[in-house]
Design a protein around this ligand. Structure first.
Ligand SMILES: [Zn+2]
Length: 287
């Protein structure tokens, strides 16, 4: 349950248990069925069955009760490949040269507070430079449990959660620790709903705000919702991103990136910190 302080102000959601507590019963049943299926599908699959790729696992949150599991996932992945920053991953793809070995590039979408409180210490301890795609209009905001925007803009269906977002100070702290701040638009919008001019403003205003506030180049863009041709347009928005001065565009398409692949069509694998090894084995062995 999301708690409330004596004054009635909602306390931001701190745990994954709270985050999912009010999910409808069919959501947990579906998750269970999916887990059973993945357990079977993962049999005999190995992350190191293939090589010469960069994979981009991405998350949204590392709530308080997900920290141990997140650290365990990173340590598991470290057994199969090397962690590189998005700057290095994109440089490798831009070079067109051979990708020898297996690399992981971690990123986070939405810029939730738990990126700082949950993810940052675990990443920094391991020397991993992750990318954080923030929504600049949400910086410093807290979405109340009854906030329609939480459901409308972030798709938290039925979840009466109170979500806290990073502040600019948090972003600066993260950048000082080697993390990279990317753009997830000015507002959490579906670019496919916007004309080219409005879409361009989302890309350029968010980039400018990040560069002004963080004092570092914002070279990486990730359109909200992530599904090409449904949520955004690969051709149009890729061209807008190039024109605005970004070096990459990250999608929600799964799979590995290999030599010669376009950094404006980055495939990424969505993960939940609490997932077991069989789920990682399944998703991170897809072609
Ligand atoms: Zn998002």
């Amino acid at each position: 349950m999301s708690g409330a302080s004596a004054g009635g102000t909602p306390r931001p959601t701190a745990t994954y248990a709270e985050f999912t507590a009010l999910d409808p019963w069919h959501a947990s049943l579906r998750a269970l069925a999916r887990d059973v299926a993945l357990r079977a599908l993962a049999v005999g699959r190995r992350i190191d069955d293939t090589s010469d790729w960069i994979r981009f696992p991405y998350y949204h949150h590392v709530f308080d009760d997900e920290r141990t599991a997140f650290a365990r996932q990173l340590d598991y992945l470290a057994g199969f490949g090397e962690f590189i920053s998005i700057d290095d991953a994109v440089a490798l793809l831009e070079s067109g040269g051979a990708i020898d070995g297996r690399y992981f590039c971690i990123s986070f979408d939405d810029g939730l507070k738990s990126c700082l409180t949950g993810a940052l210490p675990i990443l920094a301890e391991r020397g991993i430079a992750a990318a954080f795609y923030v929504v600049t209009a949400m910086i410093g905001a807290t979405l109340a449990p009854d906030d329609a925007a939480a459901r409308r803009d972030f798709g938290f269906r039925g979840r009466r959660t109170s979500l806290e977002f990073l502040t600019w100070d948090d972003c600066r702290t993260m950048a000082r620790k080697g993390m990279i701040i990317g753009s997830h638009c000015r507002a959490h919008v579906r670019l496919a709903d916007l004309g080219a001019g409005t879409a361009m403003a989302e890309l350029s205003e968010s980039k400018a705000a990040i560069e002004r506030e963080v004092g570092a180049e914002c070279g990486h863009f990730c359109p909200p919702y992530g599904i090409p041709e449904k949520d955004f347009f690969l051709e149009r928005d890729g061209a807008l991103a190039r024109e605005t001065g970004y070096r990459s565009l990250a999608t929600g398409w799964r799979g590995a990136m290999r030599q010669g692949d376009d950094p404006f069509r980055l495939r990424r694998d969505h993960l939940i910190a609490g997932w077991g090894k069989h789920q990682l084995r399944y998703f991170l062995s897809l072609p």
